[in-house]
Design a protein around this ligand. Structure first.
Ligand SMILES: NC(=O)c1ccc[n+]([C@@H]2O[C@H](COP(=O)([O-])OP(=O)(O)OC[C@H]3O[C@@H](n4cnc5c(N)ncnc54)[C@H](OP(=O)(O)O)[C@@H]3O)[C@@H](O)[C@H]2O)c1
Length: 268
């Protein structure tokens, strides 16, 4: 099991949902926390940092850096290293989602999503990796999704951002085998977090019956266990693992898109 006590963990998107739950697990095991979220989330993030400090005596640094900004990832990387000295563990959790017809969803919302889910994850992974490799020690947890494994109708661009994360993270992990550094690609199913609200996904959808609608604390605990064990890939739930690792790989893409068209349609 990978020991996180005393290590510096940078978690993006730490004010909410799965990232917040992951920060609780890392801090509970004695890690030092470097937390980032959107600038307007700073009051919530600082309050959460206070709770982690008083509950676990954790050292916590907070940043309100928007990772969709052109210099966001680099600014966060440099600020984190300046504050904490080094980054031992990176958790690329921050992400957004947009649901609807590709041509109808607000362009700015989609563009923000691609910059956050793809560019920031690429940049932070690329920025932290050289010093981890030099030290012969380090871990990265990249947040993908079950949406990564097939074309996903009504969140076409979101699923494609996660396909990027899945592919890049799996390949990098294979390249660095034996170096002491590992990348976990974590691909949760639908989880009840603020990201699913605000019209980002319908309240009723056939696919929920298959994937389930999970609790963020449960999802974080499953991912954290896989992380500590040094796994390469984690897809929570036996049904989700079977659907996305086996069924999807054996099915023709035309069939997947046709099923997706029906299964992902809102029933509200
Ligand atoms: N929930 C699911 O069903 C599900 C399933 C599979 C994978 N995931 C992935 O899990 C990760 C966490 O999602 P979640 O469900 O926990 O969502 P969440 O509760 O909305 O948490 C994500 C956090 O990231 C922040 N964030 C978004 N864009 C950012 C940016 N450009 N810079 C800095 N912070 C930013 C969000 O701020 P705002 O609230 O202001 O946007 C939010 O506080 C995401 O990568 C998501 O794609 C989620």
């Amino acid at each position: 099991m990978y020991e996180v006590k005393g290590k510096n963990v940078l978690i993006t998107g730490a004010a909410s949902g799965i990232g917040k739950e992951l920060s609780l697990l890392f801090a509970g095991d004695g890690a030092n926390m470097i937390l980032d979220d959107m600038p307007e989330k700073m009051p919530i993030l600082d309050q959460w940092a206070g709770e982690l400090k008083s509950k676990f005596g954790a050292r916590v640094w907070t940043f309100g850096i928007n990772l969709a900004e052109e210099s966001g990832a680099e600014t966060l990387y440099r600020s984190a290293v300046e504050a904490a000295g080094k980054i031992d563990i990176l958790v690329n959790d921050a992400g957004t989602l947009a649901y609807g017809n590709f041509a109808d969803i607000d362009y700015q919302k989609q563009d923000f999503m691609v910059r956050t889910n793809v560019l920031a994850v690429f940049r932070l992974t690329r920025l932290v990796l050289p010093s981890m490799l030099k030290a012969g020690n380090g871990r990265i947890l990249n947040m993908s999704s079950c949406s990564a494994f097939q074309p996903t109708v009504y969140h076409a661009a979101y699923a494609a951002t996660k396909a990027f994360v899945q592919s890049m993270s799996e390949a990098v992990n294979a390249e660095i085998q034996g170096t002491g550094v590992k990348v976990l690609t974590f691909s949760p199913p639908y989880t009840k977090t603020p990201m699913l609200k605000d019209g980002n996904l319908p309240q009723k959808m056939f696919w929920y019956k298959i994937s389930g609608l999970w609790d963020p604390a449960v999802i974080a605990a499953i991912g954290y266990k896989s992380f500590k064990r040094g796994k390469a890939i984690c897809i929570p739930g036996a049904v989700n693992w079977f659907m996305h690792s086996i069924v999807v790989r054996l099915s023709p893409h035309s069939m997947l898109s046709a099923i997706s068209l029906r299964a992902m349609k809102g029933q509200d």
